[in-house]
Design a protein around this ligand. Structure first.
Ligand code: NCD
Ligand code: ZN
Length: 394
C-alpha cells in the first residue's frame, strides 16, 4: 500500500535491498494494489520468501490494563516484545512508586509460564505528585518515565494536569535526575479543533516547556502530524518521538468515509493522508529521534462499538508483521530494527535486548484472530485492511 488506492511496490528478493533511488532491476516485482483504501489485494507470486532477523523489539508505549484484560492481552505483547513502557492510566491511576511496584507485580503474576517480559513502569503525573517520590521511584530503577496527560485529553485522564505551573517542581526534579517525561501531546481546550490539538500543543505547551527546562528529557508520544515529525527532527538528543503502527496505516478517511469505524478510532485521532505519509517517512528514515510505541490500547468491543465509543486500537497481536510489511513497502526493511529495537533503548539509556526476532515472508497470508477473548469480553484485533505476508517465526 503506497497510500490508499496507490501503486505499491513490493520487493521480492532474497538478500540485498535496493538502495534509495536506485532503479528497479533484477527480480524486484511491481505489484498493483487493487481497490481503494482498505480491502486492497496483492497478487504475490508463489514460492518467494525472504527472512529478516532483528534484535528482539521493545514497545515504548503500551496499555496493559489490569485484571481480566491484563491476563488476556499480556501474552500478545510478550510473544514478540522483550520490554514495554507501561502506561499508568488505570482507574485509579499509577501515581506513586508503591502503586508502580504493585502494578508491576500484578503484570509479572499475569505472565504465562515460560514467557519472559520486563515491564518498564511509569508514573501518572498529577498536580499532587511529590517530587521526592518521583526521585525515589527513579532511584529504585523500577520507574523509567513519568507520563503527562493533560486533564481530559484521553482515556482515564481526569486526574491529569490542568495547570503545568503546578507540576514544575516535579519536572525540575526530573530534569535534574534525567528521568524522561512522556507527553500525551494534545491540548484539551474545547475551542481547538480535534485535528489541530497536537500542533497547538507543540506551539503552546511543549515548546515553551522545553525553553524553560531545556535539560528535561522528553518523549512526544504517538505523534500524528507533520508538525510533530518536524519538531522532533529539529530537536537534540534529549527529545524523541514514538510512532504507533496504526498511525502509519490509517488516515482520517479510514475512520469516517463510507461508515464510521470505531475500531480505527484512537487518540490522538488519525489525521490527513499527508500527515500519515510524514509519519511513514520519519519511521523509516533511520533517525534515532523516532521509535516504536504501539499505544496498543485494548477496550472490549461493547465499549468500542457504542454511541460514545472509547479511543484505542489494539495492535499488540500483529504489530511486528505489519511493520515489516510497511518498512518493506518503503524500501527500508534494514531500518526496521532501529525503529523497533535500537533507538528506544538508546534514548532511555538501557541496554539493547540480547534475544532476536525472526520474520519470514511467505506466500501465505498472516492469519490473526479477528478478536481475542478476555473474561471482560472480546477485544477486536486491529485489521489493517490489506493482506500481510511477514510471519513472525521465532
Ligand atoms: C489510550 C487508552 O485507551 O488508554 N487510548 C488511545 O486512543 N490511545 C489512551 C491514550 O494513549 O491516549
Ligand atoms: Zn496510549
Amino acid at each position: 500500500m503506497g497510500g490508499p488506492g496507490g501503486l505499491g511496490l513490493v520487493q521480492l528478493r532474497r538478500g540485498k535491498r535496493r538502495a534509495r533511488g536506485e532503479p528497479l532491476v533484477g527480480d524486484y516485482t511491481r505489484v498493483a494494489l487493487q481497490g481503494s483504501g482498505h480491502g486492497v489485494r496483492i497478487a504475490l507470486p508463489a514460492g518467494l520468501m525472504d527472512t529478516l532477523t532483528i534484535r528482539r523489539p521493545d514497545d515504548w508505549h503500551l496499555h496493559l490494563r489490569d485484571g481480566a484484560m491484563l491476563q488476556a492481552v499480556l501474552p500478545e505483547t510478550a510473544r514478540h516484545f522483550a520490554r514495554a513502557i507501561i502506561m499508568p492510566n488505570l482507574l485509579p491511576p499509577v501515581v506513586t512508586l508503591a502503586d508502580a511496584a504493585a502494578y508491576r507485580d500484578r503484570i509479572l503474576a499475569a505472565l504465562p509460564p515460560g514467557m519472559v517480559f520486563e515491564p518498564l513502569m511509569t508514573l501518572y503525573l498529577t498536580e499532587g505528585t511529590d517530587p521526592a517520590n518521583v526521585a525515589a521511584a527513579a532511584a529504585s530503577g523500577l520507574v523509567k518515565a513519568v507520563k503527562l496527560y493533560p486533564a481530559g485529553a484521553t482515556t482515564n485522564s481526569q486526574s491529569g494536569v490542568r495547570d503545568l505551573a503546578r507540576v514544575m517542581p516535579v519536572l525540575e526534579k526530573m530534569a535534574e535526575i534525567g528521568l524522561p517525561l512522556c507527553t500525551h501531546g494534545e491540548v484539551t481546550t474545547p475551542e481547538v479543533d480535534i485535528f489541530d490539538r497536537e500542533a497547538v500543543f507543540i506551539d503552546t505547551v511543549l515548546d515553551p516547556l522545553r525553553r524553560r527546562l531545556p535539560e528535561l528529557r522528553l518523549v512526544m508520544e504517538h505523534i500524528t502530524t507533520g508538525e510533530g515529525v518536524a519538531y522532533a527532527a529539529e530537536a537534540g538528543e534529549g527529545l524523541a518521538a514514538t510512532i504507533t503502527t496504526h498511525h502509519l496505516i490509517l488516515n482520517r478517511n479510514h475512520i469516517l468515509a463510507g461508515g464510521i469505524r470505531p475500531h480505527y478510532y484512537c487518540l490522538p485521532v488519525a489525521k490527513r493522508e499527508k500527515h500519515r505519509l510524514a509519519l511513514r517517512r520519519a519511521a523509516t528514515s533511520g533517525s534515532p529521534r523516532y521509535f516504536l510505541g504501539t499505544d496498543s490500547a485494548p477496550h472490549v468491543d461493547a465499549l468500542k462499538e457504542d454511541a460514545c465509543g472509547c479511543a484505542g486500537c489494539f495492535t499488540a497481536t500483529n504489530t511486528m508483521s505489519l511493520l515489516a510489511h510497511l518498512f518493506e513497502e518503503d524500501g527500508a526493511l534494514d531500518r526496521l530494527e532501529g525503529f523497533t529495537s535500537l533507538h528506544g533503548p538508546a534514548f532511555y539509556r538501557l541496554p539493547v535486548n540480547q534475544g532476536t526476532l525472526r520474520l519470514e515472508k511467505r506466500p501465505d497470508q498472516c492469519l490473526w484472530p479477528d478478536k481475542i477473548s478476555s473474561d471482560a469480553g472480546p477485544v477486536t484485533v486491529f485489521n489493517p485492511g490489506f493482506p500481510v505476508h511477514w510471519h513472525v517465526v521465532a
